[in-house]
Write a protein that binds this ligand. Sequence first.
Ligand code: FES
Length: 125
Amino acid sequence: MEEILNQYETVHASDATIWFKAGKVEDFPTNRGGCIKYKNKQIAIFNFTRRNEWYACQNACPHKMEMVLSRGMTGSADDIPKIACPMHKKTFSLIDGTSLNGDDYKIATYPIKIVENEVFVGFVD
Ligand code: FES
């Protein structure tokens, strides 16, 4: 399980050295998640139209290491955009990946930019 989690580390937009083309805007459902693969990583991407924002995070839920976060429910908690895992409903901030349940679990988040209708996710390697 540790091995899976070690593949994922939060990337800030200013640190991204690679912008991977994940698809077109219309390839991703609104207010729900889509999943892409980048190297050995599964990345969940959210077109959060209710907030007019895009977010990306690891698809692996750190609770039981299920690859499910892209199928979770998006929402907001005190104005923090969040994703709720579909398995046991643990919730995570899509801004910094922290648990909103007070658990020690954390998810990695990734920057997104939209350029001419294409969706790019930022990575460092
Ligand atoms: S696997 Fe995600 S909350 Fe349990």
